[in-house]
Design a protein around this ligand. Structure first.
Ligand SMILES: [Zn+2]
Length: 886
């Protein structure tokens, strides 16, 4: 799954450092979970009849059971559903034998006599509701392309634990079953599921779609989408690829359809197991959720993550589409063909899909520099910036957790979809692949797929296959990275003879007295200007760097592929600075990231970072500039309301403006995609830093755009609108709003509403916040509008007052993943220590206990900023007076 959190790091849990104990390979009987394991569902036949107007549905199902030991009751999952009939082997149970426990989310059927081992049949009839938020079966209202008519599409979102909202089921990932779904829909609807439609029949009140039977899979991978939708198709090597969208938009799926074929072809080869289903559909849903979900054979996407309009979409949207399709398609193997046994191993699904998605995107689109963009800090306003840096920032705090964490209940399963799972998982796999070698790693993955297909696994199963292929003790190397929180910093010191000693310790930020930990670190290093990269496994606290040659610079963590920080002593740092022109851009980005992290960790003054920035040899390397813009944006927001801010903005402009002057306003023919992206980022960054010429240039272009939309290239629309929105007056705000209301393109809509969210005039801030309560935006986007105001308007106080008053309504629009972290995350925009007590009070009186980890995380974030603010302010003063008056 790709979650829809755009604005804040997700949940992090607090817990004690575990002792490293080897995990066991998959074994069904000892897999965690709530449901008894004596009864296995083998095949479901499910029939769903929605009432679209009333937002309800009725359903029935027949489940073939394999009872392994005699039982006196059947226990399965269900929530917010009425069970109207239950029968076992054709014999109806009395109503008193049917018990739903809403807290446990279970259905218990008490049997009159013991059910002997062997095959049996369970029949159920039930009814439930169609939800507003993306949980279970949901509805997504939208305006039809071309006509603007108000329509509704139905979709499902079941991961992690919401299949039980549409049909009663054994809703834990280790219970694999075959599913055969039938759905009755209004006559003008088309329906899509995991398997092709086998039979379409006219019935009273509409059409009945009967889909084929799936291979054995977990319940959370089922899908049902229906509405006035249409598709485009291509059959390649026996697989029907399809892209579905609401009427009038299917052609915008052309790019996705082409990408799908390329990606599936590559992965068929990589995994060594052909994609096992007859079709692969990508379905654009205009609301309900904001991400994408790897339902086997029927992947769902929030519309703007899948559809590409060459007239209106930016290059960044295109890149985002490719990456998300590659991520979800990787899940067709990693997640669907082989599934993690329990949610404590979610990282196996997500870390791997993130890695494989990036690898595939990089292979076919080398000019996008996707690996490098993963190593720049995450800018939440940019879709592709799902960087390792974001995970490392969270992983350095007291509120982090190991990649592998115990998951006790449904809320914790949802909480597992966080930065650590996705991004640290991705970073660790990247490091491991570079250590084992690309070929050997792939061989291990092929062995793993062949051995475990159509079954479940734990991390130990993956390590076993990789060890077998490589002859390396992979489990031993991996243990500290997956079972411990945090990561190391490697300190480089030279003695007067030039002998280099490396020492490792835990790297932390705003976390005093952290328990000390050690890692087996797969290190890489090189001497700048020479081609050879050396590697070694650091297995102790301290070691001497072999073959280090006295007065030459040494760069550790080559191209930033490793998940650790490096701190050089003065001599080594000076040698490196002199070699900057001989380093690759990925190496320079790595130095920038580490230098900024050292500042955050109080290990170095801001001058270390700014000194490096000023010595960079070029001005238009996209990833380097993005790293700098990220840091400047952070400092600029932190200084809001402080007297030093003007001076800082002036300085930041003096660094970034020459880069903009190099690329200019107008795209030049033949320029690379990167330059286009750099231009867009610089316009936005300089606009926010109050560069008057840039602001005036944006306003002028906006005026022209209003009368002639073609005058503004798609890549420039988001930054120009953002800058115009920030400094908007009432008529400009109204114009942006009017444009947002009118467009039927979700991507355009997003650009307009993002612009509204950035307005800094308090009166306009209030107007924007009101929009989140209405129905002009899809629910998932409406709730995040509030967070965007908190971040971009620089008035988190106004945002929070509004959110507090309207929290019930806002929570009614969030999905399962956001239920616990929505309210606490709104607090992370504050940087005053006084807000901590306020959040604690609010959590106590208004938030459920399941929010505790997210509350702790928000408190840590506010505390970190509150401490950093005066330190940075003082250091900025020192830097300016020591160097020059900018
Ligand atoms: Zn995923």
């Amino acid at each position: 799954m790709l979650a829809s959190r755009l604005l804040f790091p997700a949940a992090f849990s607090l817990f004690l450092v575990p002792t490293l104990s080897a995990e066991k390979p998959f074994d069904f009987a000892s897999t965690p979970g709530k449901l008894p394991k004596q009864v296995l569902p083998e095949e479901y036949a499910i029939r769903i009849v929605p009432n679209v107007e009333k937002r309800t549905f009725t359903g029935s199902e027949t489940v073939k059971l394999n009872v392994r030991e005699p039982v006196k009751q059947l226990v399965l999952n269900v929530i917010e559903m009425k069970i109207t009939k239950a029968a076992v082997n054709g014999k109806a149970l009395p109503a008193s034998a049917i018990k739903v426990d809403p807290k446990q989310e279970t259905l218990t059927l008490s049997l009159q006599s013991e059910l002997p081992a062997g095959p049996h049949t369970l029949e159920l009839e039930f009814s439930g509701k169609i939800n507003q938020q993306g949980q279970g079966l949901y509805y997504a209202p939208y305006q039809e392309q071309g006509t603007g008519a108000k329509k509704v599409m139905l979709g499902t979102q079941f991961e992690a634990t919401d299949a039980r909202r549409m049909f009663p089921c054994w809703d834990e990932p280790a219970f694999r079953s075959r599913f055969q779904l039938t759905a009755v829909m209004p006559e003008n609807f088309t329906a899509v599921s995991n398997m092709p439609v086998e039979k379409e029949t006219k019935v009273a009140g509409g059409k009945e779609f009967r889909f084929g039977v799936t291979p054995p899979m977990p319940s959370y991978l089922n899908v049902l989408c229906a509405g006035e939708i249409e598709g485009i198709f291509a059959k390649v090597k026996g697989v029907d690829h399809g892209v579905f969208a609401t009427k009038g938009k299917a052609e915008m799926g052309r790019y996705a359809l082409e990408s799908s074929q390329q990606i599936l072809d590559y992965m068929n080869d990589y995994f060594g197991q052909p994609y096992p289903l007859p079709k692969l559909d990508h379905i654009a849903v205009p609301g309900g959720f904001g991400g994408a979900m790897e339902n086997w054979g029927g992947i769902t996407y929030f519309e703007s993550r899948l559809l590409f309009d060459p007239e209106k979409s930016s290059a960044e949207t295109k890149q985002g589409i490719y990456e998300v399709i590659a991520h979800e398609t990787a899940h067709m193997w990693f997640g669907d063909l082989v599934t993690m046994a329990w949610w404590d191993n979610l990282w196996l699904n997500e870390g791997f899909a993130s890695w494989m998605g990036t690898k595939t995107t990089a292979k076919f689109n080398p000019d996008w520099e996707v690996w490098l963009s993963k190593n720049t800090p995450r800018d939440p306003t940019r879709r592709h910036g799902i960087g390792k840096e974001g995970a490392m920032e969270g992983d350095a705090r007291s509120t982090t957790h190991p990649i592998q964490q115990p998951v006790a209940n449904e809320a914790e399963a949802s909480g597992a979809f966080d930065d650590i799972t996705y991004r640290k998982g991705l970073a660790f796999i990247t490091m491991l692949e570079s250590f084992l070698g690309e070929e050997v790693f792939r061989e291990g993955i092929r062995k793993y797929m062949a051995k475990h297909k159509l079954s479940n696994t734990t991390t130990a199963d993956l390590w076993n296959s990789l060890s077998e292929a490589s002859g390396q003790p992979v489990g031993e190397i991996a243990a500290a990275w997956t079972e411990q929180p945090g990561f190391p910093i490697v300190k480089v010191t030279r003695d007067p003879q030039g002998k280099i000693t490396l020492t490792q310790e835990r790297f932390t930020v705003h976390f005093d007295n952290a328990p000390p930990l050690e890692w087996k670190i797969p290190l890489t290093y090189k001497v700048p200007g020479t081609p050879a990269t050396a590697s070694l496994l650091m297995t102790s606290k301290s070691m001497e760097l072999p073959n280090s040659s006295g007065d030459r610079a040494v760069k550790l963590n080559v191209e930033g592929a490793g998940n650790y920080r490096v701190q050089y002593d003065d001599v080594s740092w000076k040698l490196l600075l002199a070699e900057l022109p001989n380093l690759s851009s990925p190496d320079r980005v790595n130095l920038l990231s580490d230098a900024w992290a050292l500042v955050q960790a109080n290990r170095a003054p801001l001058s270390l970072y700014l000194g490096l920035v000023e010595r960079l040899p070029g001005k238009s390397e996209l990833a380097e500039r993005e790293q700098i813009m990220h840091v400047f944006d952070f400092i600029n927001r932190l200084l809001a309301g402080q007297p030093e801010r003007d001076q800082f903005q002036k300085y930041a402009r003096s660094i970034l403006r020459p880069s903009f002057d190099e690329v200019g306003w107008e795209p030049k023919s033949g320029e690379t995609v990167k330059i286009g992206m750099l231009r867009a980022s610089l316009i936005k960054a300089l606009g926010i830093l109050d560069d008057k010429e840039i602001v005036a240039g944006c306003r002028e272009r906006f005026q022209k755009y209003v009368t002639d939309p073609k005058s503004l290239p798609p890549d420039l629309r988001p930054p120009v609108l953002a800058v115009v929105g920030r400094y908007a007056d009432e008529p400009t705000w109204k114009k942006l709003h009017e444009l947002g209301l009118k467009t039927t393109s979700i991507e355009e809509k997003q650009n307009y509403y993002d612009a509204l969210a950035g307005a800094i005039d308090p009166k306009l801030i209030a107007q924007t916040l009101e929009i989140s309560l209405g129905d002009e935006l899809p629910t998932s986007r409406a709730v995040y509008l509030v967070a965007k105001v908190g971040r971009f308007s620089e008035r988190p106080d106004l945002m929070w007052n509004f959110a507090k008053t309207n929290m019930k309504k806002l929570l009614g629009k969030t999905d399962a993943l956001a239920a616990n972290n929505y309210a606490p995350s709104l607090f992370t925009f504050f940087s005053e220590a006084s807000r901590i007590a306020e959040l604690e009070r609010y959590a106590k009186s208004d938030l459920p206990a399941t929010s505790a980890k997210d509350v702790a995380k928000a408190i840590d974030e506010v505390g970190f900023r509150a401490e950093l603010k005066p330190k940075l302010t003082a250091q900025i003063g020192t830097w300016f007076s020591a160097t020059k008056e900018p």
